[in-house]
Ligand binder design. Structure first.
Ligand SMILES: [Fe+2]
Length: 127
């Protein structure tokens, strides 16, 4: 249940009012908004599939690390675009969440780069 600032439980009616105030009917039906929602669905689908395949990739070889990093780059590009769209549409709360996700993806990308670099160094030491 959603609580208001005064501590009272927010009714479904009030919540509906608040949500519809954030997205006008024109915005909801706009091509831009539909594209934004389609993109969100797309990345959600990709994330679910990656969650399943990444553990398998991790158990496999170095080239699979590269595959994982390629996926990260795709995610970074997508979340970056979605974040810009959300800001453009004035969805500050959505933009904030997308920025957090983008930051997480960038951190993962950096971690994968470090793994790849240490692998290259190990290979060089072994030669
Ligand atoms: Fe990711």
């Amino acid at each position: 249940m959603t609580q208001t600032k005064s501590g009272k439980a927010m009714t479904t009616e009030k919540r509906r009012e608040r949500n519809s105030a954030a997205i006008s009917p024109e915005m909801k039906n706009s091509e831009f908004h539909r594209f934004f929602v389609d993109e969100l669905k797309d990345i959600y689908w990709a994330e679910k599939h990656l969650a399943k395949s990444l553990p398998k990739m991790q158990r496999a070889s170095n080239s699979e690390d590269l595959a994982a990093q390629k996926a990260e780059h795709y995610e970074i590009a997508t979340y970056g675009t979605l974040h810009a769209f959300a800001e453009q549409m004035g969805h500050a709360d959505v933009a904030k969440l997308l920025q957090q996700t983008l930051d997480n993806e960038k951190a993962t990308d950096l971690a994968l780069t470090k793994i790849a670099e240490s692998f290259v160094n190990e290979q060089a030491m072994a030669e």
